[in-house]
Design a protein around this ligand. Structure first.
Ligand code: HEM
Length: 443
């Protein structure tokens, strides 16, 4: 059911690989530093009405095509289309995240013996493979309840992950990849066990909230009686319809542009950062590892400090996302740049400096998180923040290594509280006619 490049199904707007393959809003390589207005100006697209179209050179080139819908219109139409998965990877990783997320963790129900655990695991994965393909195509599968009749497929993607516990319960302890080593406890963690771990996980992304919620429900029904819900997290990003430009980097609930320096799909850098490498077991070839962290933001305190203070904490300008060393959003930060009095322009305890690949052995990860807002905590404070999701080749050298530093040194940590944590192996696409995880269960 899955994909390297996730293509709109027949009848959807034509696919543009540079767009489809870009999971973030970073410009394609080779375009760094070219401002949106400059590009549009070159193309004659900035008029009295201001910025007319999109952020990237690739898009501008398409925008000036003489006929047909604008690239912006096509992108908005694409946000409602059905996604057709082809290729070695599961969907829901490479392409730009749509507006809505439902993330659900599950536990196997019958693990009285490894054989029963294994049978249950196979049953769930088989059912989810079939159901996810139908849902993504915009069909009404069994258990669908006709809830989405009349709605567009909304770029729905379903991505399935396996926790180390599932493998152990299925008698497959020897197949647990070393990359699934437990994430260590960090000193400032305030984890709620009810919001963590799980034998299985499913990441459901769609532009429309009803499509996402209905898919989550249908997949829960499909998992019966072999797996039962453990915890769920809903999330959101700005919608394609509301975005002035769907290619721009979105903002998080602290107001920052979040996702600027993500690896760019289709590059060697992305492949190295995201896809399991040869040190992983064979069944993970084409797969990735997903870290989920529920991070509450202390928004009432954050909103009281000045924008200047907020920018120093991150190391980037809040409005433009430019590094404090100068330039535009996609200018590389200059960590050597100093003020007249000799202090670093990008502070040593800033989030960007501590997490930048330059100070982390060149390691990157694909951050694909969603904002969440679950109302009020028991204290009356907003229970809102970032449901951090990051795909990576090896969490030990990526998430865990970076978080170890952030937890200790990051100025942003004073405004954050990690309340949930989970780690999953995201296997490759199902073999043709087969099911997700088949390479593991039938090895
Ligand atoms: C609520 C929590 C967090 C917030 C609000 C946040 C915010 C940001 C912002 C605004 C940026 C700069 C723009 C960008 O490149 O995306 C950034 C960069 C980054 N963050 Fe976070 N972040 C959070 C948690 C984390 C965590 C837990 C990690 C990993 C352990 C992490 C890793 C990174 C990395 C690797 C970068 C890119 C650094 C670079 O290459 O310049 N962040 N984050």
């Amino acid at each position: 059911m899955a994909t390297r490049d996730l293509d709109p199904a027949p009848g959807a707007p034509p696919a543009d690989p540079p767009t489809t393959g870009r999971p973030t809003d970073a410009p394609p390589s080779g375009r760094r530093g070219l401002g949106r207005r400059a590009l549009l100006g070159r193309a004659g697209l900035v008029g009295a009405g201001g910025i007319a179209a999109a952020a990237t050179g690739a898009l501008v080139e398409r925008e000036i095509a003489p006929s047909g819908p604008s690239a912006l219109d096509r992108e908005r139409t694409r946000a409602l289309a059905a996604m057709r998965a082809t290729g070695p990877h599961q969907p829901g990783i490479v392409e730009r995240p749509p507006a809505q997320l439902v993330f659900a963790a599950y536990d196997l129900t019958d693990v009285t013996t490894p054989a029963r655990g294994r049978a249950g695991l196979r049953a769930v994965l088989t059912a989810w493979t079939r159901t996810a393909a139908a849902l993504m195509a915009g069909d009404q599968p069994a258990g669908g309840g006709q809830r989405t009749l009349g709605l567009a497929p909304s770029a729905l993607t379903v991505t399935v992950g396996l926790g180390a516990s599932a493998l152990r319960r299925a008698g497959l302890a020897s197949a647990v990849p070393p990359q699934l080593a437990p994430i260590p406890a960090f000193p400032h963690d305030q984890l709620d066990p009810a919001r963590g771990d799980g034998d299985l996980a499913v990441q459901i992304c769609a532009e429309d909230p009803m499509v996402a919620a209905s898919a989550a429900r249908t997949l829960a029904i499909a998992a019966r009686p072999y797996a039962t819900s453990r915890w769920t997290q809903r999330g959101f990003r700005r919608s394609a319809a509301a975005a002035g430009d769907p290619f721009d980097t979105p903002r998080n609930l602290m107001g920052q542009l979040d996702g600027t320096d993500n690896p760019t799909a289709g590059t060697a850098q992305f492949d190295v950062a995201v896809w399991a490498d040869t040190s992983a077991p064979g069944w993970m070839t084409g797969g990735s590892y997903l870290v989920a962290r529920r991070i509450r933001m202390e928004l009432d305190r954050w909103d009281l400090i000045t924008v200047d203070a907020q920018e120093k904490i991150i190391g980037r300008r809040k409005g433009s996302g430019a590094p404090l060393s100068g330039g535009g959003e996609h200018t590389d930060p200059d960590f050597l740049a100093r003020t007249a009095d000799g202090s670093p322009l990008i502070a040593t305890n800033s989030h960007v400096r501590l997490s930048h690949p330059q100070f982390n052995n060149g390691v990157r990860m694909l951050r694909r998180g969603y904002s969440y807002d679950d109302g009020l905590a028991a204290t009356g404070d907003p229970d809102a923040g970032l449901f951090f999701l990051a795909y990576q080749a090896d969490p030990r050298t990526a998430f865990t290594a970076v978080q170890r530093k952030l937890d200790r040194l990051d100025a942003l940590s004073a405004f954050l509280r990690h309340t949930g944590s989970a780690l999953f192996a995201v296997p490759p696409a199902a073999p043709t006619g087969g099911y997700l995880g088949q390479q593991l269960l039938e090895a």
